[in-house]
Design a protein around this ligand. Structure first.
Ligand code: DNO
Length: 349
């Protein structure tokens, strides 16, 4: 298991120096952030991240994300050009020593929350999801007040895109995903880079847009779209875990023993209603997920991929990118590494 930490590049309020001071930290997870989806990343930009990480004794072996252009998800004729750019990015990243690419295949929106700075009784703040509030913000009604997404689309751009998706159901999305995978996996094999899809967050359809990386049945189907071990998962415990129907340790055991889990986002959430959840501190006692069982599932299946703490709360007066402050994620990382050490040692009597 290699412990990693997401870093948003030079504009990240958390400097690499601080990340390297977190005990037991192996590397960063990052990306080139100033290039639009569907475009090729320059070799200089990729090398600059790698060199910056290495100056702080951190590796750079995981990219999150190389975004998938909407035309690929929509299956438009223009997808081939965007897929070619994606293939070139895989080649360039592979040459720079990147081993895993995390990406998602969610139409239009990536993760969705009703509030990014929900005040907890202890004064910390966290991301929260209340289905009723999210549905009330339906962008099809012309409102663009979705936390975290307001700046990503213009009102007109969003409504055109949503219209384009009116013909796309989950079958079409699966078929467009297969087309994409069949085009990129051969390059991954050649350059030794594993693709690791991120589950949909939350894992159910929203605003009539299909979401397919949601549960065991669909994960099985996803993996069989292309059976190469290079076609794998980012198992995000919080995303899949926000549906109480997903048994996370069980899913981890199953897919990790198949060698199909390449990257794990290990975070906790608390179910606070049928389709509602709050993001909590990482330790098991604070949320609905058993983080010990999660780490144990990885250990027992010989997992040797990458793990990162995921969204943290904002604590100790920190201000920054919601979910991606330093303090609570650092506590999460050390807690997860501590669980790992304890599990490891309990096996070496
Ligand atoms: C949220 C992240 C996601 C993830 C993408 C991967 O904080 O986990 O945005 O990076 O879904 O493409």
């Amino acid at each position: 298991m290699k412990m990693t930490f997401r870093w948003y590049g030079k504009s990240d309020p958390v400097p690499l120096e601080y990340i390297s001071q977190i005990p037991m930290m192996d590397g960063i997870v990052s990306a080139v952030y100033d290039v639009a989806p569907g475009k090729v990343w320059s070799v200089e930009s990729i090398t600059a991240i790698k060199k910056a990480a290495e100056r702080h004794s951190l590796s750079f072996e995981v990219v999150e994300s190389v975004p998938v252009h909407e035309d690929i998800k929509l299956g438009k004729p223009s997808r081939d050009g965007y897929i070619e750019a994606y293939r070139e990015n895989i080649r360039r990243l592979g040459k720079a020593g990147v081993k895993v690419i995390c990406y998602n295949f969610m139409p239009v929106f990536d993760w969705l929350r009703s509030e990014l700075e929900y005040k907890n009784p202890d004064g910390s703040s966290s991301l929260i999801y209340r289905q009723e509030q999210v549905l009330a913000m339906n962008p099809k009604s012309g409102s663009l007040s979705l936390p975290g997404w307001d700046a990503s689309y213009t009102k007109e751009g969003l409504s055109t895109l949503l219209d384009e998706y009116s013909d796309i159901d989950s079958e079409a999305l699966f078929s467009n995903l297969k087309y994409f995978l069949d085009a990129v996996i051969p390059i991954c094999i050649e350059y030794d880079v594993k693709m690791a899809i991120h589950p949909d967050d939350p894992p159910w359809d929203i605003f009539g847009l299909p979401r397919i990386i949601t549960d065991e049945k669909n994960l099985d189907r996803f993996l069989s779209l292309n059976n190469s071990p290079f076609n794998g998962l980012t198992l995000c415990t919080g995303s899949l875990g926000s549906s109480p129907h997903n048994d996370i340790p069980k899913l981890l055991r199953k897919y990790s023993s198949m060698g199909r889990v390449h990257f794990v986002h290990a975070r906790n959430i608390k179910h606070i209603g049928e389709n509602d959840f709050n993001e909590t501190a990482h330790p098991s006692g604070y949320g609905s997920l058993d983080m010990y069982e999660i780490m144990k599932a990885l250990y027992d299946t010989g997992f040797d991929g990458y793990v990162r703490p995921d969204h943290g709360r904002m604590i100790w007066g920190e201000h920054g990118k919601p979910g991606y402050g330093l303090y609570d994620r650092a506590l999460g990382a050390v807690y997860l590494s501590g669980l790992w050490e304890a599990i490891q040692k309990s096996h070496k009597k």
